[in-house]
Design a protein around this ligand. Structure first.
Ligand SMILES: NC(=O)c1ccc[n+]([C@@H]2O[C@H](COP(=O)([O-])OP(=O)(O)OC[C@H]3O[C@@H](n4cnc5c(N)ncnc54)[C@H](O)[C@@H]3O)[C@@H](O)[C@H]2O)c1
Length: 401
């Protein structure tokens, strides 16, 4: 991919497609943005054009093979043939049973999600072959490409896209066209946030099966797509790259019938403490407050970045703590100690479930993610985070003897 390559994105008006358009346009590429949603697509193109970027919107239904072919010819006439194609157009389903599902909706989902991917890969892939410059195609897979979920058309469609990606990689490799897929877990889009807010999705349940305590944003997925399309990935083709906060690694692990070591009573001190509470082996109660667990968090900053961290806490973090009912006990910097680039603070939790629900909701808040990303746009702030969960000792003031 050269400095001014053409990038074609389907499903470009929203979500991951939109983030991908923004990413490539900000890198100086011209972008042809395709979507059925004319209103949003045109608004996006005009916003980015006003910012001096080269983005052209075309209304296009990827389920219609002829329409995609015609549009590809038009894009070629106007802008040349692409070096990168990203196929993000899809219909996103709700859970349903195979016995009950509407067959019309089932077929439409296959036509958009799977056939739409085939159509775009054929029409633009042929142009890439003819141009003889090589290129990169990135399809949108999912954690649904890997394991079954109760989404009858969507789930097998994503598995089929993963296989299609391999077939295309094998077929187009000799033309130096690499074909890969990205496999996101639940992406923190405004639509997902709304479903969580309305109770249609259970954030705590989602977070339980991820190794990391964050969900990817559309921008995180766009970064992976840009990497796969860059010269840095020149030897990578035919893969499904998870962008899944460790879902693939840990989904089965977290449901292992023998238990997860750090959640069992033989695991970490935190787990042992929690088990002790559950079994009422220690009698902890405070007349003054209902604090069951204290979490100590130590943020070691990159050199010279402690002021930026303090500013972020004062301006943003504390507001989000309030929003999610997270209760700080206090904040300290180090006067004399191992490192004077550290911020140490304590949080109070009722129990580990309280901590998990509130912390995960905070971490997944798109506005918080945006503020945090902004604050680290120039240089990273936090180099290392350490946390410990503390139980009051038996002689803690206010506890029963
Ligand atoms: N959001 C997630 O949690 C998630 C997770 C894993 C994979 N994915 C995949 O990522 C891709 C993008 O998902 P998203 O969350 O950004 O979805 P989204 O609904 O926000 O965006 C999809 C876009 O595709 C467009 N589109 C729908 N039908 C079309 C058609 N026939 N022709 C052209 N455009 C059409 C829509 O108008 C929309 O702009 C999809 O392939 C999805 O399966 C999403």
């Amino acid at each position: 991919m050269n400095e001014k390559s053409l990038v074609v994105v389907t499903g470009a008006a929203r979500g991951i497609g939109e983030a991908t358009v923004r990413k490539f346009a900000s890198m100086g590429h011209s972008v042809a943005a395709l979507d059925v949603n004319r209103e949003r697509g045109e608004a996006l193109a005009s916003e980015l054009q006003t910012a001096g970027q080269q983005v052209v919107f075309h209304a296009c239904d990827v389920a219609d093979a002829d329409a995609v072919d015609d549009l590809a010819a038009r894009v070629q006439r106007d802008l040349g043939s692409p070096s990168v194609l990203v196929t993000s157009a899809a219909l996103i389903p709700n859970t349903e049973s195979i016995m009950e599902m509407d067959l019309g909706a089932h077929d439409r989902m296959w036509r958009v999600n799977y056939h739409g991917t085939v159509h775009a890969c054929r029409s633009f892939g042929r142009q890439m072959v003819a141009a003889g410059r090589g290129g990169s195609i990135v399809t949108l897979g999912s954690i649904n490409s890997v394991l079954p979920m109760p989404l009858p058309a969507y789930n097998p469609g994503k598995a089929a896209i993963a296989r299609l990606t391999q077939l295309l990689a094998a077929e187009l490799g000799r033309h130096h066209i690499r074909v890969n897929s990205v496999g996101p877990t639940y992406v923190m889009t405004p639509e997902l946030q709304a479903r969580i807010d309305s109770g249609q999705r259970d954030l705590a349940k989602m977070m339980k099966v991820h190794a990391l305590d964050i969900l990817p944003t559309p921008a995180d997925v766009a970064e992976a797509i840009a990497f796969l399309s860059s010269p840095a990935a020149r030897a990578i083709t035919g893969i499904l790259m998870p962008v899944d906060s460790g879902w693939t690694a840990s989904a089965t692990y977290m449901t292992y019938s023998g238990g997860v070591p750090w959640e069992s009573d033989t695991g970490s001190p935190t787990a042992r403490f929690q088990a002790d509470i559950n079994h009422k082996q220690i009698d902890i109660h405070s007349e003054r407050e209902n604090t069951m667990i204290i979490e100590m968090r130590v943020y070691e900053c990159a050199p010279g970045r402690l002021p930026a961290l303090q500013e972020r806490f004062a301006k943003h973090t504390l507001g989000f703590f309030k929003k999610y009912g997270i209760e700080p006990v206090g904040f300290w910097t180090t006067v004399v100690g191992r490192n004077n680039h550290e911020l140490t603070y304590l949080l109070k939790w009722k129990d580990m479930a309280d901590r998990e629900a509130k912390w995960n909701a905070f971490q997944a808040d798109p506005e918080w993610i945006a503020r945090r990303t902004e604050s680290e746009a120039e240089k990273p702030i936090v180099a290392r985070v350490e946390n410990q969960f503390l139980a009051p000792a038996a002689f803690f003031p206010g506890l029963a003897p």
